[in-house]
Unconditional design. Structure first.
Length: 248
């Protein structure tokens, strides 16, 4: 019995040590972290997951809302394309995706459609969109990106977005957010406890309240609307979300 307990705890310690070494390695090695994140995102992005795709396609990225010259911030593996590929209101699409290891997944995923408009994908960050002309974009879309943009840069992203949008142009988004520490102390505590690990696995993602960025945007945008939503995802710690729209 004693030998058995020793064996179980010995094996557990070994597994924990291996995970710790793996995490330490990923923390130091940005390229491996980005490659791993890209493959995790590709595996997790399921276009047949009807609940999340319904939120993306029928609530956020409706054909009547996404039109003209479209810019996507954090295009990832192209998981928004089931909502965009047959949108005849789109004139062109530019995706910004700084993690170049996502790019091959993006192209592989979208090749299943014969998309009628021009598609560009660049590795530029949305914090500096100097290569995009002011007042040139009709619609900006962004899904689950700001958690990976360190403070105070999300505010810069919203300002840059305002500069490149045409007057009347819209910026639509969904983000997952930190739970409210007063109404959901358990989930908030859990999010904070796993954040160091989440940061490494999620390539810099942190649990943040987010809405203060959108409140600050009221100083520059003509209209700022957002609402809290429950995200239809299996992991309870990422089910708190916010979706909204900024109008220039
Ligand atoms: C959690 S993934 C979401 C991907 C996709 N939008 C989706 O809905 O599944 C966050 C993405 O934002 C990208 N990202 C992070 N910082 C960025 C920045 N400063 N500018 C543009 N994209 C960024 C990451 O590389 C990653 O692909």
């Amino acid at each position: 019995m004693r030998r058995c307990i020793k064996l179980v705890f010995g094996s557990l310690s070994f597994i924990v040590a291996l995970i710790a070494i793996g995490m330490g390695y990923l923390k130091l090695d940005g390229i491996s972290r980005q490659k791993l994140f890209a493959s995790v995102m590709y595996t997790m992005s399921d276009p047949n997951d009807t609940r999340i795709m319904n939120l993306r396609c029928n609530e956020l990225l409706k054909h009547s809302t996404v039109k003209g010259h479209v810019l996507e911030i954090g295009a990832g593996t192209g998981i928004n394309f089931p909502c965009l590929h047959n949108n005849t209101n789109i004139e062109s699409y530019t995706g910004l995706e700084p993690n170049i290891h996502m790019h091959s997944y993006f192209y592989k995923f979208i090749q299943q459609w014969d998309i009628p408009y021009e598609i560009r994908l660049s590795n530029n960050s949305a914090t500096d969109m100097h290569h995009i002309e002011a007042n040139s974009v009709h619609t900006i879309i962004m899904t689950f990106v700001l958690c990976s943009v360190p403070d105070p840069l999300p505010e810069k992203v919203l300002l840059e977005a305002h500069r490149i949008l045409k007057p009347g142009g819209t910026f639509i988004f969904i983000e997952h957010i930190a739970a409210n520490s007063e109404t959901n102390p358990f989930t908030y505590g859990f999010q904070k406890a796993i954040e160091p690990l989440w940061f490494i696995i999620g390539d810099g993602c942190q649990f943040k309240p987010m809405t203060h960025y959108f409140d600050a945007a009221k100083n520059v945008y003509s209209k700022v609307d957002y609402e809290y939503i429950d995200l239809p995802v299996p992991l309870f710690m990422i089910k708190y979300g916010v979706k909204g729209k900024l109008v220039k």
